[in-house]
Design a protein around this ligand. Structure first.
Ligand SMILES: [Fe+2]
Length: 263
């Protein structure tokens, strides 16, 4: 039989043995777990200006985004987005894009500035012939369009998506004093568990963690984002690709009134 002294010594050594293992296990987990991504001052988006003398719509000033009434798009068959010609173009995750309007009317995804043009006065592409119902709505928007595209986004959870968070360079070559280019979304597939992840920018053009906002993406979700001011990325928790129309629009008093009428 053990004396009390032996029992206490054995008990303490057992405790210190297990706590030592526990600490080692925690250290192993900490060294192998991927760090959560967060943009720093070297991120390419930081150089994109936020404050300029372009015309900005009053409706966008407060938060930098506006959620409009959900659209009933049940009359639009899925062939209007599934049967288009998609380009392998990565932006904000594992994406492909079907251009509906581009800088020169070709199935082109690159920046308009590469053709010496700001992101407006776009020309419609041949893809539009395959989506007449969707185009009928898009053409009802009273705006000077820049790039208009269907995005096909493969699933990515919050942490995966965060690695692609960015701000858009919507206003490169856009003359000061003219309308600030913003982006509008129409969600084509039903993904109520997915959301547009948004962060406003601080004085150093870096994202403000406390300003995090989620815009849900059920079918027909319709929203506008000042995507040059707000850091953004789509979090897609589904198992199938998410499709959405992304429409670049030049700000104007008429578009401001139209957005307000849709809220
Ligand atoms: Fe973007």
């Amino acid at each position: 039989m053990f004396s009390p002294a032996v029992y206490i010594r054995y008990g303490f050594s057992q405790i210190s043995y297990f706590s030592g293992c526990y600490i080692i296990l925690i250290l192993i987990i900490m060294s192998t777990a991927p760090a959560i991504f967060w943009p720093h001052s070297e991120h390419w988006s930081v150089k994109i200006p936020v404050n300029t003398s372009h015309y900005e719509m009053p409706v966008m000033k407060d938060k930098g985004y506006v959620i409009m009434k959900t659209l009933d798009i049940s009359h639009i068959p899925s062939s209007e987005w599934e049967n288009l010609t998609y380009m392998d173009w990565k932006s904000g995750g594992d994406t492909n894009f079907a251009p509906l309007a581009s800088c020169d009317g070709t199935l082109e995804c690159k920046g308009f500035w590469e053709n010496g043009k700001p992101d407006k006065h776009a020309l419609f592409t041949t893809n539009t012939e395959l989506c007449p119902n969707l185009m009928a709505y898009i053409k009802s928007i009273p705006a000077n369009f820049g790039r208009v595209r269907i995005i096909k986004l493969e699933p990515q959870n919050h942490d995966q998506a965060l690695r692609s968070v960015h701000r858009d360079d919507n206003n490169r070559l856009n003359p000061e004093g003219e309308g600030w280019v913003v982006r509008m979304w129409i969600e084509l597939t039903d993904n109520p568990d997915s959301y547009m992840l948004l962060y406003d920018s601080d004085e150093n053009n870096l994202p403000i963690k406390e300003s995090e906002a989620h815009v849900p993406m059920p079918k027909g979700a319709h929203f506008v984002v000042d995507s040059q001011r707000l850091w953004h990325v789509g979090v897609h928790n589904g198992t199938k690709p998410r499709y959405a129309a992304i429409i670049s629009c030049e700000s104007s008093p008429e578009l401001d009134a139209w957005i307000k009428s849709k809220m």
